[in-house]
Design a protein around this ligand. Structure first.
Ligand SMILES: C[S@@+](CC[C@H](N)C(=O)[O-])C[C@H]1O[C@@H](n2cnc3c(N)ncnc32)[C@H](O)[C@@H]1O
Length: 460
């Protein structure tokens, strides 16, 4: 398709163009670009494609800051200036709440942008592979490339292809230095990089976690149990990076990458790092969830607490509490908080975090929300005055919404990472609740993701 004008941004971060009756989704372009598109997929009402030639560059376009832009799946929006990115996110929230929610809305507050637009993540995971992703230029160069070992990010939708990362601008140093040192050490010493198709090789993944307290956790995941090589690498890292306060490793011989069911061993330092917020300490183990943009998590939690309007007398339910961060964050401003979450280890962390901070008015329960939160639970632990809910992208299950409607809290603070499912749930709650405040928050610059906090108040 030739000379096609890009006209908008779609929910999933790709840009859109119109062609006859079709909507065409195209990555790595922005509204205002005029391009030739090669179709990669065709359905009845829409198509997907990629820009193969630019006739005109949009006036809003900016230079990408990352050398991996265009191949790496992260930071897709870096060709849009940040003010444009958050304008689209604000629009995304408005569109979802009005078109899907169809509920009466107050004015939507201007989105809270992220002060840091680079190096804002506190956690990154890199994968080893012996099948390096080759760029178009490399393939067309006719050169032969001997070294196919890489340590980097998966190419979107290709489980066995990994692109080599030279510098990632998502996590502050020494994140890049650690990754590069590990790769060099493994290459120099002939350590085998993982073969994702045949499940073989020594080196599998690394996970780097940083914190606003300055602590650093590194988890090196091996596939083979070769203690001589494992010790050599871990000792080298301990010597080279004394700043790592929690140096861990794991031997994962399963088919999949997740380490939540694996034993994590301490090579040096502590088994955890700490994150801090308003003097509260949060202990983060290698398997614990913590919001990946710490500074913006604080902004988000302040909005949620402000919307809850606590006086010290309330019983608060914190649904989908994770490691109890919101529950502990609001605990000092209310009578009691009950946190519910289905990951048992997260609930254990939540309890540890409460006691670490001398908080004794929280109760935490592990279980699937739709099973645990029912009329019996409410009868036993009391009707909440305020419910704070921060569900996963899928939103809340119908049974959970029914129980909330039965419980009739005065206020519901609904924190969401997916305004589309949030809008759907708001329309279900509309029978008894009125939306009185809406505050979008940007946690992930250069991506299409947006968080949105909504306050619902019981209709009189
Ligand atoms: C968006 S996170 C919220 C985390 C937490 N509020 C925070 O800020 O750190 C959603 C949480 O819901 C949990 N979860 C997902 N589905 C669930 C379910 N059916 N029942 C209970 N918890 C669930 C996930 O494990 C995750 O911890």
């Amino acid at each position: 398709m030739e000379q096609i004008a890009i006209t908008g941004i779609a929910a999933e971060g790709k840009a859109i163009a119109k062609y006859n009756d079709w909507v065409v989704f195209v990555p790595f372009v922005v509204p205002g670009d005029v391009v030739d598109i090669q179709l990669t997929r065709r359905k009845n009402s829409y198509a997907e494609g990629r820009a193969v030639h630019f006739h005109k560059y949009s006036e809003v376009r900016t230079e990408p800051f990352c050398e991996h832009y265009g191949t790496c799946g992260g930071c897709k929006w870096q060709i849009l200036p940040y003010p444009e990115q958050i304008r689209y996110k604000q629009q995304q929230v408005t569109d979802n709440l009005t078109r899907i929610g169809k509920v009466e809305l107050p004015p939507i507050a201007p989105i809270i942008g992220s002060k840091k637009t680079e190096f804002y993540r506190n956690k990154l995971e890199y994968t080893f592979s012996n099948r390096r992703w080759m760029t178009q230029e490399e393939l067309q160069s006719g050169e032969t490339f001997d070294d196919m070992n890489v340590l980097g990010f998966h190419i979107p939708n290709m489980f066995d292809k990994v692109m080599d990362i030279k510098q990632c601008r998502l996590q502050a140093d020494p994140s890049n230095a650690i990754r590069l040192e590990i790769k060099n050490f493994c290459l120099k010493n002939g350590f085998s990089f993982f073969d994702l198709r045949n499940s073989s090789g020594l080196m599998r993944n690394i996970i780097i976690r940083t914190s606003t307290t300055g602590e650093i956790m590194l988890i090196v995941v091996f596939f083979e149990n070769d203690m001589e090589k494992i010790t050599a690498l871990m000792q080298h890292l301990a010597d080279k990076f004394p700043a790592i306060t929690s140096l861990l490793y794991c031997i994962n011989q399963k088919a999949n990458d997740t380490i939540t069911d694996q034993e994590i061993l301490v090579f040096k330092g502590n088994a955890h790092i700490f994150e801090e917020m308003e003097g509260l300490k949060f202990k983060i183990g290698p398997k614990s969830f913590y919001q990946t943009n710490s500074e913006q998590a604080y902004e988000l939690y302040k909005v949620a607490r402000d919307f809850a309007g606590l006086t010290g007398e309330e019983l608060v339910y914190d649904l989908y509490t994770g490691t109890g961060t919101i529950a502990n964050f609001v605990a000092r401003r209310c009578k009691q908080v009950i946190g519910i979450e289905y990951v048992t280890e997260a609930i254990e962390d939540a309890k540890v975090n409460a006691s670490l901070n001398g908080i004794d008015n929280t109760l935490f329960f592990a279980g699937d929300m739709k099973d645990l939160l029912n009329t019996q639970f409410i009868a036993e632990y009391g009707r909440p005055d305020v419910i704070i809910s921060d569900p996963p992208r899928a939103g809340m299950h119908d049974d959970v919404l029914d129980t909330i409607l039965f419980a009739e809290p005065q206020k519901i603070v609904y924190v969401s990472c997916n305004p589309a499912t949030q809008a759907r749930d708001l329309s279900r709650l509309d029978v008894k609740y009125k939306v009185t405040r809406v505050q979008p928050v940007d946690m992930f610059p250069h991506t299409q993701h947006v968080e949105n906090v909504v306050l619902l108040e019981l209709k009189v």
